[in-house]
Design a protein around this ligand. Structure first.
Ligand code: GDP
Length: 362
């Protein structure tokens, strides 16, 4: 599976968000999602298409796809120097696929801010600085090791060393690598270093209920994100925590009253999914309708491999109907009759929403 680490300074609303995320799906039937460890939660992906398919196929069982969130607490200034839980914190981030950086954009006199005032730019800089310094440390160690190989004339080492030398001053200024502008090829070249500031990142701007508009804190986060090509998701974690506690029926009533189409958490989960370059395909049988996650660009056999490695090894063909055709025509047979059912081979690149049935040898 893929996971997203939740980071941010103390008292910005990380735990509130994490708890809301892990509670939000608790009454989803048939799904054994859980909090694996105290700080890790598996969250069902909200997807209205799955509900539509369920209405049409009326299966015995419905299984959503999931995202994993990890609450990474304990960052303080100086983490990259090993202060506080610094090293542990950085090691935990290294294991995540993407980062959700929670930023405090609300005033609340009862909640102490670590630096005594709400200042999103300063907060973001502290976290980014620690992550950049951790990457700087990685660069400096790697450059030292590479120096010897470079002398030996190794071409690959020369290229890598040249990239490291170029990014070093950027990191030394405390700036994230995602704003450096490495080419895709250069990113591949340094992939094995697992740079923290190259991980796909979104800012979760934690606002008050009335803080979605005319909120200078939120505007500041938007400005910073724009400079870095990062995404911003404004959300009121406090409100989300309350929504997550409600039963289904109460929840829809509450959302209606608030004029919200869906819980803000759904936007957070979806943003995490998009950040990771993920998409969904479906299997729709009478026993089970199920959503599966694949990377954008995955081929049919790779998608089959998500269900079972044997499906990938023994892949013969994929029977495919697009989601739109499946739903507008009213199911697989109707799609077949309308000529919208396709047999695709091993080079087929799966599209978001494809309804697939795999043929394979066992
Ligand atoms: P963490 O240290 O980042 O995990 O922060 P917490 O989630 O424990 O939140 C710190 C405090 O801020 C708690 O008392 C929360 O109730 C409060 N808080 C969190 N989100 C919001 C919000 O959106 N608005 C307001 N007013 N308070 C919030």
């Amino acid at each position: 599976g893929f996971n997203c680490g939740i980071v941010g300074l103390p008292n910005v609303g990380k735990s509130t968000l994490f708890n809301a995320l892990t509670k939000s799906g608790i009454d989803a039937e048939n799904f054994p999602f859980c909090t694996i460890e105290p700080n890790t939660g598996i969250v069902p992906m909200p997807d209205p298409r799955l509900e539509k398919l369920t209405e049409l196929v009326k299966p015995e069982k419905v299984v959503p796809t999931t995202m994993e969130f990890v609450d990474i607490a304990g960052l303080v200034e100086g983490a990259s120097k090993g202060e506080g839980l610094g090293n542990q914190f950085l090691a935990n981030i290294r294991e995540t696929d993407a980062i959700a950086h929670v930023v405090r954009c609300f005033d609340n006199d009862n909640v102490i801010h670590v630096a005594n005032q709400v200042d999103p730019r300063a907060d973001i800089e502290i976290i980014n600085m620690e992550l950049a310094l951790a990457d700087l440390d990685t660069v400096e160690r790697a450059a030292q090791r590479l120096a010897r190989v470079v002398k030996g004339g190794d071409k690959d080492a020369i290229t890598t060393k040249a990239i490291l030398d170029r990014i070093q001053p950027h990191l030394a200024e405390g700036l994230p690598l995602r704003s450096f502008g490495l080419s895709e090829e250069e990113k591949r070249q340094v992939k094995s270093y697992g740079f923290l500031t190259l991980k796909p990142t979104m800012y979760i701007a934690n606002v008050n209920e009335d803080g979605f508009e005319d909120n200078p804190y939120l505007e500041t986060v938007r400005e910073i994100a724009a400079e870095e090509n990062a995404v911003v998701v404004p959300v009121c974690n406090q409100l989300e925590a309350e929504i997550a506690e409600l039963e289904d029926e109460e929840r829809s009533m509450f959302l209606d009253e608030m004029g919200m189409e869906e819980p803000g958490l759904d936007r957070v989960i979806r943003a995490g999914y998009a950040l990771l370059g993920l998409q969904t395909y479906f299997t729709a049988g009478v026993k089970e309708v199920r959503a599966w996650t694949v990377k954008v660009g995955a081929t049919a056999p790779e998608a089959a491999g998500v269900i079972h490695t044997d499906f990938q090894k023994g892949f013969i063909r994929a029977e495919v109907v697009s989601y739109d055709d499946f739903v507008s025509l009213g199911g697989e047979q109707a799609a077949k009759d309308a000529g919208k059912w396709r047999l695709e081979g091993k080079d087929y690149v799966v599209k978001d929403g494809d309804v697939i049935h795999f043929r394979f040898n066992v």
